[in-house]
Design a protein. Sequence first.
Length: 285
Amino acid sequence: MTPEMKMLSWEDAVVWLREQPDQRQLVLDAYYDDPLIHAAERYFRSGEWQEIAALLAGRSGKALDVGAGRGIASYALARQGFDVTALEPDGSAIVGAEAIRKLGSDAGLAIEVLQEFSEGLPFENGTFDVVLARAVLHHTRDLDVACREMFRVLRPGGVFLGLREHVISREEDLPRFLEQHPLHRLYGGECAYLLPRYRAALEKAGFSSIEILAPLASAINLFPYTRESLRAAIIDRLSQRIPARPLFELLLGRGSGFDYLLSLAERFDNRPGRLYSFVCHKSTP
């Protein structure tokens, strides 16, 4: 995009993406397709949500979905039995608050929707049992304030899930990540931070326990891959270079061989914008 070209809104950028025939798979993977209720149900049944549901096992009560977008996580939380509030500043009927309201109505789910930013949550201290933010922290205008606000509205003993956050290894990697992002050039809203920057913001907010889920170690970060589809893709790639598929299938079987490969790859994974997730707990008094 040249300097004289006007940046699009987030809605316009998504509409543009949906109109590109060669981007159909990305649209599906990002849950930008319609009908929205079908996309939301697909997310609810995904490996990503199944792992999130496992992290939330045994929890109930009030959940806040920060930066809710189209509302797919709000839908999943409500289907899981939580009393859900969706916070989304964009009012769009395609990618924002109006889309969530229609989704809740179509699905028969009581999802409260508020148009506010994460840096100023309009709730009392300790309001929610769960706070979830999917691909939100790297979009915040002030990361420290946003993390502090999410800590504040979480009740003691509650959990905050910061999911699918873009990470870079060096500050110099940020321009390369932004150049590769399919929508940043259109609307200019993407960012990524060093992993220690996220951790520092969460620690300063007050979280007592912070578990970091690495890119290749969690179904949350792997999506749209699963462990099995990633294994198959790696075998395909290796077989294209060296015609020894039976050997690769043997070495990278579903057991320890593939697990070892992933743990080894993790040490050398410096892809700009790779995804991490954070599971953070607020201690009880």
